[in-house]
Design a protein around this ligand. Structure first.
Ligand code: B12
Ligand code: SF4
Length: 463
């Protein structure tokens, strides 16, 4: 069977176009290796290549914010390739199993490897009786007598190792300085805004050996120098972390590749940071979320406090690990005073990277449930309204959950935080410019001109 996978992206967002979907690479690799299907993965803006492939079945992966693009491409493909079967999978469909948007014939909830394999096998048996067979596959969403129904989600994969390593050639990752990896699925915590916490119920971890094999492959085949491990919480499994660190050290991989991964302040100990160092970790990413204890408690269900966040930053700095932090503004009940505390936290702690988001109701989360009750979101809403990457421009339409500040006040705070983040970026740039690189720039004046331009742009965007 010819199986086409499509990653729904917003073509105007560089962020989307730079990171191909590893989730789709896992499914496509599994289908090809298990049943020998002909597979292809494309972005939703590569329409001509989709038609040229002439697929029997199309699997679209979409996050909620990109559902608009996913629906558009599925609709266009239905017209261009009559008879093609369309299936929607990914975090959005998983969180809303009772909804199946029009251009999709079927949906898939949860992990897609075995579900998609069963779906393609059902189609390979012929169109006759296909729908009947689909209604029996665990995890499938379908329509029957005008209603959307779904079968129970299949059990989460117990062992991740049996999936092996996803084939990055399928997502066009050539030689690159920087690639990303996923070494676990799920997170043991339940932050109220986080889709992973409620979509993936049980946290599971690939073995240290598989993690090392994948890192070796990225180093040998793709010549990477930096790997971003995008696990929900890479450091959650303490003994695994230590084993990975020991193997990285024994193989000398920590000398050739830098790792950036996720951590949580309540897990930070000196011992853990030393393992991170041994593992080759150069930077740790934290969701600090707020400098106000009241807001932090609400967002992270009382599992971490502001003082732990502050101490964690200091410990990372003492160990020589960079700290990147993300923050959320616009939480219900948050006041100007709370935001002033967050601002102070960001300013005082001199983070190496700062990201600011406005609280967004992602389907399936407690934040979504409250927003739905308040009539601010619905299962059939325009999903573009949740695209929060560019709040400075979209603040008028953005769904605001906060009840203590006006939309304009939140916009002003957002702008203030963005300026602070940019200022910090600039300070870092100057800090990093070692004597040697200054000399290099003077030897290569064209680069110096470019540097001045970049700095000028950054200062410009702060004004
Ligand atoms: C890495 C990552 C990114 C990367 C790369 C994204 C990518 N192309 O994969 C970057 C940094 C670019 C990114 C950006 C964004 N992300 Co992101 N990201 C993640 C993260 C941390 C890991 C994704 C991953 O690889 N998971 C592991 C793989 C194995 O799982 P998977 O992708 O979900 O795929 C499995 C199943 O979902 C299913 N499946 C998926 N697609 C399909 C399709 C079919 C047909 C089938 C049958 C099954 C199926 O099978 C897969 C294998 O089992 C997740 C959190 C998480 N743990 O999943 C958030 C997450 C997916 N991101 C999220 C969001 C909101 C975004 C952004 C909108 C953020 C923003 N500010 O713009 C953008 C959108 C970009 C985009 N086009 O996807 C949310 C999505 C929530 C939602 N309701 O949709 C998540 C869940 C984070 C969260 N905790 O809330 N992200
Ligand atoms: S710790 Fe991170 S991944 Fe885990 S539930 Fe909270 S936000 Fe989600």
């Amino acid at each position: 069977m010819k199986v086409l996978f499509i990653n729904a992206i917003n073509p105007h967002n560089d962020f989307d176009t730079h990171y191909p979907s590893l989730g789709l690479a896992y499914i496509a690799t599994y289908l090809r290796n298990t049943d020998g299907h002909e597979v292809k993965i494309l972005n939703s803006d590569e329409f001509e290549a989709m038609k040229a492939f002439a697929p029997d079945i199309v699997g679209v992966s979409a996050v909620t914010q990109n559902m608009y693009w996913g629906m558009q491409v599925a609709e266009a493909l239905k017209k261009a390739c009559p008879g093609v079967v369309t299936v929607l999978g990914g975090p959005h469909q998983t969180a809303l199993p009772d909804v199946l948007d029009a251009p999709f014939d079927y949906g898939s909830i949860g992990e897609g490897e075995d579900c998609m394999l069963d779906i393609v096998r059902a189609l390979a048996e012929g169109k006759e009786g296909f729908h009947e067979r689909m209604t029996k596959i665990p995890g499938v969403v379908y329509r029957q007598d005008g209603k959307v129904l779904h079968n129970h989600e299949r059990k989460a994969l117990r062992e991740l190792d049996y999936l092996g390593i996803p084939d990055r050639d399928l997502i066009g990752e050539g030689k690159s300085m920087r690639l990303h990896m996923i070494t676990s699925r799920g997170c043991p915590y339940r932050c109220i805004f986080c889709a992973s916490a409620f979509n993936v119920r049980t946290a599971r971890y690939a073995s240290p050996k598989l993690v090392i094999d994948e890192i070796k492959l990225l180093v040998d085949r793709y010549k990477v120098k930096e790997i971003k491990i995008y696990d929900d919480l890479f450091t959650a499994h303490r003994t695994r972390l230590k084993e990975i660190a020991d193997l990285m050290d024994a193989e000398g991989l920590n000398k050739v590749v830098h790792i950036e991964c996720t951590n949580r302040a309540n897990l930070t100990t000196l011992d853990l940071l030393q393992d991170c160092k041994k593992l080759g970790v150069r930077a740790l990413a934290f969701g600090f979320e707020s400098g106000s204890q009241k807001v932090l408690e609400l967002l992270k269900t009382d599992s971490v406090d502001v003082e732990q966040n502050r101490r964690s930053i200091q410990m990372c700095r003492d160990t020589g690990i960079e700290v990147r932090g993300s923050f959320i503004i616009g939480t219900p009940g948050e006041t100007g005073e709370d935001l002033a505390e967050t601002y102070q936290f960001v300013d005082k702690n001199k983070l190496d990277g700062v990201k600011i988001y406005v609280l967004t109701p992602l389907p399936g989360t407690p934040v979504w449930i409250e927003a739905e009750k308040a009539g601010k979101v619905s299962r059939h809403m325009d999903w573009k309204k949740l695209h929060f990457i560019d709040f400075a421009n979209t603040w008028r339409e953005h769904i605001i959950l906060n009840d203590k500040m006006t939309r304009e006040e939140i916009r002003d705070w957002y702008t203030k935080f963005q300026r602070l983040a940019k200022r910090r970026e600039l300070e870092k740039m100057f800090q990093k410019a070692s004597m040697q690189s200054v000399v290099n720039r003077i030897r290569k004046p064209s680069k110096l001109v470019n540097d001045v331009k970049v700095i000028g742009q950054k200062i410009g965007s702060m004004i």
